[in-house]
Write a protein that binds this ligand. Structure first.
Ligand code: ZN
Length: 156
């Protein structure tokens, strides 16, 4: 199952290209760790010469820490993507930004890179166990080092 997804030359593809992908690891920093594989169902179609569209959905679950109380929580990602694919050589002189565009070297197209970029764009900026976790009663630094203080308070 951990078969590597190799790059391919998108410019020589037969369209549409349908892919059901399972990624078991990703190389993204500063987000949670994968709980299961990343499932991607995508279709790449040809719009015109050297211009492609990628549509599909990406599902996965991460384990992350609530940024307030540090408790482990699950972050489910389940989103659709609809992107225009262009060669990275066109990035500099591209002034059309009507669609979301993903740039890559299309002769060595790496679908994992595309999926990782989409995950990082869709990953929530704020990760909390509850929307108002600790906002009502912020933890003081001293209390963190006294795990039994709360219990003692309850007994009192
Ligand atoms: Zn929390």
């Amino acid at each position: 199952m951990s078969e590597n997804i190799k790059t391919f030359n998108l410019k020589e593809g037969a369209f549409p290209i349908r892919m059901n992908l399972l990624l078991e690891d990703i190389d993204l920093e500063n987000i949670g760790r994968l709980k299961n594989s990343v499932c991607g169902n995508i279709v790449i179609s040809l719009i015109s010469k050297d211009l492609f569209r990628c549509e599909g959905s990406i599902n996965t679950v991460f384990i992350d820490n609530c940024q307030s109380c540090l408790k482990d929580i699950e972050v489910s990602l389940n989103f659709k993507c609809n992107l225009v694919l262009k060669d990275e050589a066109l990035m500099m002189d591209d002034d059309s930004n009507q669609d979301q565009t993903h740039y890559q070297n299309l002769e060595y197209f790496d679908v994992k890179q595309l999926i990782q970029e989409e995950i990082s764009l869709n990953y929530p900026n704020i990760v909390k166990c509850e929307e108002d976790c600790l906002e009502i009663e912020p933890i003081k630094k001293e209390e963190k080092n006294l795990p039994f203080k709360k219990i003692r308070d309850l007994i009192d």
